[in-house]
Design a protein around this ligand. Structure first.
Ligand SMILES: Cc1cc2nc3c(=O)[nH]c(=O)nc-3n(C[C@H](O)[C@H](O)[C@H](O)COP(=O)(O)O)c2cc1C
Length: 407
């Protein structure tokens, strides 16, 4: 049940409408999204205007519907205006043509250019006849997009245009609104609804003596962003963390925080919970070595102490060995050279489904930054690079890919 008061009333949604019969349902979707309090900017493909008039969308939306890259005197560069300001892009209906163009990176109308000029999460709601839906080309294009972090809702099976019955019917506007609410506000259904997701965050601390530790520069930001976004997508989240950060108010009740310090404590906390988890995301920077700590503070006057390092347990490998069917294991890697090659080798060695690697030598990437840029290395699929953006936006990409691995 969705509360009547929206928590993100000013969120901006670009509603892309493509040329399919289901375009008429997007008129109702526009009204429902407005009723919910969202700012809705409709963008119709030229073919969509053959099905439903732009005037109808303009009358119901937050600003006039746009149909062209060139015909907007108030917004000279409409695709960047729309793409950069969007909190979410919803394409409903998403035709076979739009799906193919998006998978290829074409920017030949305003909707396609907006999709390319945006870092916002994208939700596609495909609609087409069953024969079109079942085409390998359509399925492969969607698989490519999913892998890149695009969220796909539906289609349903049911009565189609012309009286045919089968798969390809666009999900109902009410269900699309529920999914939008779950993405933007963190409740309702969602791509990870009913899934248990275990996430780790922060750098471990290995005690040398009662006051000194060996640690690393991980801030925990990416792990926290993953926990918040997973909760927004409907998951029940456990966050095993070495750092204390604020969790966004809207999802605080859905993220169970377990505090640990050392690699050993993190291993215990993760491995005791992993069997009950559908997804484990190891975003923490776990020390490779620990120290047998001195019981008393080491005295400076005794000169530089000899500290012998002992290897810690490899938690990701342990997860890979004990994985259960259907479970998705995600590891992180921070590299400074041969980034993709090393991460590909790491994924294979650790039997992970996905390794998310960042080149921490690049500007704005990894430790201590508010932003991140990553490459996702999969088991069977080609890798996907996510360019520099907020850690929250990176979390959406990773978790949308995880949801497609789960399905
Ligand atoms: C009556 C009619 C209904 C159509 N319905 C769909 C549909 O539901 N899904 C789809 O992918 N294409 C459908 N098409 C084909 C698209 O309109 C066509 O591929 C068009 O080029 C899509 O353009 P767009 O995706 O750029 O809007 C339909 C065409 C007609 C004439």
């Amino acid at each position: 049940m969705i509360p009547s008061e929206p928590k993100a009333p000013s969120a901006r949604i670009v509603l892309g409408v493509a040329g399919g019969i289901a375009a008429y349902k997007s008129v109702d979707l526009t009204r429902r999204l407005r009723d919910r309090g969202y700012f809705v900017s409709p963008v119709l493909t030229p073919d969509a205007t053959r099905f439903v008039g732009a005037v109808t969308f303009s009358a119901l939306a937050s600003e006039p519907a746009r149909t062209s890259l060139y015909a907007d005197p108030t917004t000279p560069i409409p695709h960047t205006y729309l793409g950069q300001n969007a909190d979410l892009i919803v394409v409903a209906p998403a035709t076979a043509h739009v799906i193919a163009r998006y998978a290829m990176g074409l920017a030949d109308d305003l909707l396609m250019a907006t999709l390319l000029a945006s870092r916002a999460p994208v939700l596609l709601c495909p609609a087409m006849h069953t024969e079109m839906w079942e085409q390998p080309s359509v399925q492969e294009n969607l698989a490519t997009l999913r892998r890149r972090g695009v969220m796909v809702l539906g289609p349903d099976s049911g009565v189609l245009a012309g009286g045919d019955v089968g798969a390809g019917r666009m999900v109902e506007p009410s269900e699309i609104v529920d999914t939008v609410v779950s993405i933007l506000e963190g409740h309702g259904g969602g791509l990870l609804a009913g899934r248990r997701v275990l996430i780790t965050a922060g750098g471990t601390r290995e005690a040398i003596d009662p006051v000194r530790v060996i640690t690393n520069r991980s801030s925990g930001r990416q792990g926290y962003a993953l926990a918040e976004v997973a909760a927004r997508l409907g998951a029940e989240v456990t966050l095993v963390t070495t750092t204390t950060r604020e969790i966004a108010l809207d999802v605080r009740g859905r993220v169970d925080v377990v505090s640990v310090a050392s690699a050993g404590e993190m291993a215990d906390a993760v491995l005791s919970r992993s069997d009950a988890s559908d997804v484990v995301v190891m975003a923490a920077a776990v020390s490779d070595f620990t120290v047998v700590p001195q019981p008393q503070k080491i005295k400076k006057d005794l000169g530089p102490p000899e500290i012998s390092l002992v290897p810690t347990m490899d938690i990701l490998s342990a997860l890979g060995e004990r994985r259960r069917a259907g479970q998705v294991i995600v590891g992180f890697a921070a590299e400074t050279e041969s980034v993709v090659e090393r991460a590909t080798e790491k994924r294979r060695r650790k039997n992970a489904d996905l390794i998310v690697v960042n080149d921490v030598s690049a500007d704005g990437v990894g430790f201590d930054h508010e932003t991140n840029a990553v490459t996702m290395i999969f088991r069977d699929e080609p890798s996907v690079t996510v360019s520099l953006r907020s850690k929250e936006a990176v979390a959406y990409e990773i978790l949308a890919s995880v949801s497609s691995l789960l399905s």
